[in-house]
Design a protein around this ligand. Structure first.
Ligand SMILES: Nc1ncnc2c1ncn2[C@@H]1O[C@H](COP(=O)(O)OP(=O)(O)OP(=O)(O)O)[C@@H](O)[C@H]1O
Length: 373
């Protein structure tokens, strides 16, 4: 379920395409601290000097483990948490502005739709105040509200759902209504805190794609909190990987994946193990090793060159999960850790014929690895 708070003053006829070059969200050295829970507890520095820039029209994911400060940073941008440093949006400082005057939409994981309103009533909620038009506040005419609701329901894949009672909707449909509700007033900036985490995996994957489509279609600038790297990479244009209140690395998904700044970032992005080949330290993703065959290295491996030997590893099969129509093998390599093998080399036995406890030979595919100190 999702809660939404929308600054009603933002319910204007905002253009869907943001102005080229218009300043977006700018954070400089933002710090959020909390008192300790009791006198004996030390104060917490939840956000410890974060600086970020998000151009208008783009989506930024704050990605990191539980407790790294993602929500605190989001709440500081919204004005729900006191902070120091600079937070500006559209070239204007938000310092001292109350939440409802920031023109920011918020969507949380743990909120609720209004149960006494139908779908249209929920989506129209943020449109019922007075919109700013030509410097004057005016009520939005009912016909325009209806058209906007229909447009938003279409954007989230719920066209025609206007009169459905929210109690009759599935979890995924509720999330979509909540998203439509948060997008309806065309907030310049939308902040989403784990909006999909309450859903099961398959639905989350589908909704992540739809969420991105809806944000793009409405030209919304958004900051999106998640601890799921797949979700971050699906929804966001840029990803900031956080740990202990700090941003370790920020960039496009492709930039991060190609060159993770360090092992902490690489592990968080999904790289499984780290190897050294020819003196270079490499991060190995799932599928970075291929199965060569059973037995120990050198026994029946179709290799001879010394360089190839450096790419070989021996391991023990710890699982053979079958997912989405294909088998993969989990292999524990002594001194490295567990790797996921998706492919077998030509002529090697099929992954699904492996058994837990088999000793296997693997070969590293260098092209899949990323340099990582
Ligand atoms: N109101 C509060 N009072 C004291 N400490 C807090 C408060 N809110 C958060 N914290 C602490 O600040 C740190 C960051 O919390 P925050 O909720 O921002 O992390 P998060 O990355 O969003 O975590 P999660 O993914 O679990 O939601 C944590 O150590 C947390 O215990």
């Amino acid at each position: 379920m999702v809660d939404v708070v929308v600054a009603r003053s933002a319910a204007s006829d905002a253009p869907v395409t943001p102005a080229e070059g218009a300043p977006g969200l700018r954070l400089r050295d933002v710090v959020v601290g909390y008192e300790g829970a009791s006198r004996r507890d030390a104060p917490v520095r939840a956000v410890d000097g974060v600086s970020l820039d998000l151009p208008r029209g783009q989506v930024l994911a704050l990605l990191g483990p539980s407790g790294c400060g993602k929500s605190s940073l989001l709440r500081a941008v919204a004005g729900l948490e006191r902070s120091t440093g600079e937070i500006s949006w559209g070239g204007h400082s938000l310092a001292g502005l109350p939440v409802h005057e920031r023109g920011i939409g918020l969507m949380f994981q743990d909120g609720q739709l209004f149960p006494h309103r139908d779908v249209a009533g929920n989506v129209a909620y943020g449109l019922e105040g007075r919109a700013l038009r030509g410097g004057r506040r005016e009520r939005i005419p009912a016909a325009r509200r209806r058209a906007r609701v229909a447009e938003l329901l279409d954007a989230v894949g719920l066209a025609g759902y206007e009169s459905r009672q929210v109690s009759t909707l599935s979890g995924g449909e509720r999330q979509r209504v909540a998203l439509a509700r948060s997008l309806a007033p065309a907030p310049g900036l939308l902040l989403l805190d784990e909006p999909l985490s309450a859903l099961d995996r398959e639905l989350r994957e589908r909704l992540a794609v739809d969420l991105r489509a809806a944000l793009l279609a409405t030209g919304t600038t958004a900051v999106f909190v998640t601890h799921d790297q797949d979700e971050a990479f699906t929804v966001a244009d840029r990803v900031a990987v956080m740990s202990r209140g700090r941003v370790l690395q920020e960039g496009t998904p492709a930039e991060l994946w190609a060159a993770p700044a360090d092992r902490t970032v690489a592990s968080f992005l999904g790289y499984e193990v780290f190897v050294t080949v020819d003196g270079a330290s490499l991060a190995v993703p799932p599928g970075g090793f291929r199965l060569l065959g059973l037995g120990s290295v050198g026994q029946d491996a179709p290799v001879g060159a010394e360089r190839d030997m450096a790419l070989l590893r021996r391991g023990v099969v710890t699982g053979v999960p079958f997912r989405r129509g294909a088998a993969s093998a989990l292999v524990e390599i002594e001194g490295l850790g567990t790797v996921t093998v998706h492919e077998a080399a030509t002529g090697a036995r099929a992954l699904e014929t492996l058994n837990v406890g088999d000793v296997v030979q693997l070969r590293l595919t260098l092209g899949r690895c990323a340099p990582c100190a």
